[in-house]
Design a protein around this ligand. Structure first.
Ligand code: FES
Length: 109
């Protein structure tokens, strides 16, 4: 599977997330305040809540429902009640295009 263009870099707001669906996979695309683009599974592992509706702070995103924050780098939850990680996808930038291949996950860092 090849990477799919999901949006333009210029469409992303710093410290916010956008929900996209690639090949049926819901993904939260996040531009952090340092200008880095992240892509993680959009569904909170504690409940069926879109993480893109949550709050971005630094390299974390917090689920609005019960407050679990997830690392945008590793996908790991940093606090309860969530205890399972979300997948983290590799992001490619091609000029202003943001591309994601949902079949390729990044190793935890
Ligand atoms: S649904 Fe996300 S922390 Fe509960």
């Amino acid at each position: 599977m090849s990477a799919t263009r999901v949006c333009s870099l210029s469409e992303l707001e710093p410290d916010s997330a956008r929900r996209v669906v690639v090949d049926g996979v819901p993904i939260a695309v996040v531009l952090d305040s340092a200008g880095e683009v992240h892509a993680i599974g959009d569904t909170c592992t504690h409940g069926d809540i879109s993480l893109a509706e949550g709050f971005v702070e630094g390299d974390t995103i917090e689920c609005w429902a019960h407050g679990s924050a997830f690392s945008l780098r590793s996908g790991r939850p940093l606090n309860l009640p969530a205890y399972e990680p979300v997948p983290v996808y590799a992001v490619q930038l091609d000029g202003d295009d943001v591309l994601i291949d949902p079949s390729v996950t990044k190793p935890a860092s």
